[in-house]
Structures are given as structure tokens and as C-alpha cells.
Design a binder for this molecule. Sequence first.
Ligand SMILES: NC(=O)c1ccc[n+]([C@@H]2O[C@H](COP(=O)([O-])OP(=O)(O)OC[C@H]3O[C@@H](n4cnc5c(N)ncnc54)[C@H](OP(=O)(O)O)[C@@H]3O)[C@@H](O)[C@H]2O)c1
Length: 326
Amino acid sequence: METAVRAAVAIAQDPDNPLDCLRVREVPLPEAPEGWVRVQVKASSLNQHDLWTLRGVGHDPENIPIVLGCDVAGVTEDGREVILHPVIADPDAGAGDETLDPRRALLSERHDGGFAEYIAVPERCLIDKPKHLSFEEAACLPVAWGTAFRMLFGRAQAKPGESVLVQGAGGGVTSAAIALAAAAGLRVFVTSRSEEKRLQALELGAAAVFASGERLPERVDYIVETVGEATWAHSLKCLKPGGAVVVCGATTGFDPSADLARVFYQQLRVLGSTGSTLEESRAVARFVELKGLRPRIDRTLDLEQIGDGFAAMADGDLNGKIVVTI
Ligand SMILES: NC(=O)c1ccc[n+]([C@@H]2O[C@H](COP(=O)([O-])OP(=O)(O)OC[C@H]3O[C@@H](n4cnc5c(N)ncnc54)[C@H](OP(=O)(O)O)[C@@H]3O)[C@@H](O)[C@H]2O)c1
């Protein structure tokens, strides 16, 4: 086996020019310590998280350089086709919930990530790849679909027959949330800036679609919020009294008005959500296979073209997941 492998590496951090900090270069073949396994990466998908790392937001500069990529589909050395649970954490340290382990780390935060020919991960992270999905499709599941699953069913505890508004249609988390919520029997409303993406949301199972910020015909039980400042005020206005906005990200900014009067008077709940537990990642794989769901792929690139993918993601110019094959 080679002793060096090609990888996409964050070599520095710059809030204004994140793509200048990205290099595709050779790195040492990863070693698998006791309890870890080496996986040959077949495909890996891009996440906003990689851009945050390159910008220097939420990522310790001491962990630079690091191989980027939190989403992996690949093959173990004994031939098992897998996807990787992306959270490295100790459930005991989080009172049974590994996402509450203060030392939890997503792949590429403290351990080299998936934009490489090989990755080493704890053995517990291996999950059988859903059989109906290609490696490219399966590489979209762990972060975006795992996060959407936890938001809907772990944090919100949404039930069939309830209603949810997903803010945004073309994103990794939002497109997953639409498909998962519709397949689970929720009434799904979706906003998007683009007519084309609104039509695609209907194909994913949305009951009705709206332009970003448009008034809904009725209030909903839950909001899936990943957009942040651009949609937060609308999200709070769209909730039923007692409803919950579940927030996992803030692509357009972290500091919208909190609108506290509305929060207490309508008794709204704001639920943060991060990552997924191993059981939630396994449940996503099972649910997707059971329902025959397929992630939407915006485009597939070679590792050497990964910068083009990040440029499109930074411009918001994507519709579904961007996948790199390796
Ligand atoms: N906490 C966690 O565990 C976790 C996990 C995954 C992601 N995240 C975070 O969640 C966010 C989304 O991640 P992603 O990978 O799904 O990103 P993405 O694929 O780039 O999604 C962008 C989404 O934001 C919407 N959007 C962007 N700008 C908008 C604007 N000005 N107005 C209205 N909508 C806008 C887009 O909707 P349209 O294009 O349809 O309008 C699209 O649905 C990121 O901030 C990421 O860091 C957190």
C-alpha cells in the first residue's frame, strides 16, 4: 500500500478568503490505532462546516493543517461497504448522549476528515451503506441527513400529522429535512428564494411552497432553521403558540433580533441541535433504505476540483449536495 495519499487540506484560516486556505496535496496514509479502522474513501460530500473551518469559525487554529471532509462512504479493509457516523465522542461523557460530550468532535475537527483516499475512524462509526444508494448518494447522508433527522425526531420529537416549515429548499440539511419529514407523515411547508427549488421541494414531498419570507396560510408546530438572520424573524412569526424552532446553523448570520416578546408571549421553544448520535445515524440509514429515499446531488467532482465546489457553496449556488469522488 502507498504510504502517502491525496487529500484536500485546510492549511490556514482566513475569514475573507477561505478558499485561499485550501490545498489538494499528499498526506501520510492514516494509521488506525487500537479500536480504530482504516476505510478506503469512495465518495465524500461538502458541508458548510468545511467552509467555517477554512474561515476560522468554530475550529481551533491549533488543529490546522487538517484534512477536511465530515461525510464519508467507503469500503473497509475486509470489504464492507459503509458510511461513517461523523461524530467522534464518548456517550458516557454526555450522560448517554454523545452529542453532549464536551469533547465531541466532528470528523475533520480534531481528526483528519474524509477528503482523502483513506480515513481512520473508531470502529463504532461504521454503518452499513444503504444498499439502494450509490457511494456518491450515501456520502450525502451522515452530516446533512443525520442532522435533519435529529432536529425533527430527536429534538422536536415531531409526530405524523404535525406540521413543519423548512426554511430553504436547496441546502443539504433542508433538502434532507423535507424528504424525511414528508416520508414520516408530517405536513411540510417549504420556503426558498428560487422558483426551481420550490418546485423540487414539491417533488420531495412538500405540501406547499412559498417564497422566502412569504406569509403562510396557517401556523406550524415546528420550524427547521439553518439560515439564521435572513429567516429568523419569519420563523418565529410562523409558529403556533407553544411551537418549536429547531436551529442547527445560521448561514446568513448569528445575531438576528431575538424577538423576546414573541418568544415568551407565544410560549415558543428554541431548540439548538448539533450532530447526531450513533443510533440516530443508524436510524437515518435504515429509514432511507426502508422508504427508498435518495439524496439530491447538485454535482459530482474529482478531488482536484474541490475548490470549484466550495466556491459554489460559498455563493449559495447549489441545489442539493456537492459530492467528491476519490
Ligand atoms: N449543527 C450541526 O450539526 C450542523 C450540521 C450541518 C449543517 N449545519 C449548519 O447548517 C447550515 C446549513 O448547512 P448546509 O450544509 O445544509 O448548507 P447549504 O447546503 O449551503 O444550505 C443553504 C440553505 O440556506 C438557504 N439560504 C441561504 N441563504 C439564504 C438567504 N439569504 N435567505 C433564505 N435562505 C437562504 C438555502 O435555501 P434556498 O437556496 O432554497 O433559498 C439553503 O436551503 C450551515 O450554517 C451549517 O454550518 C449545522
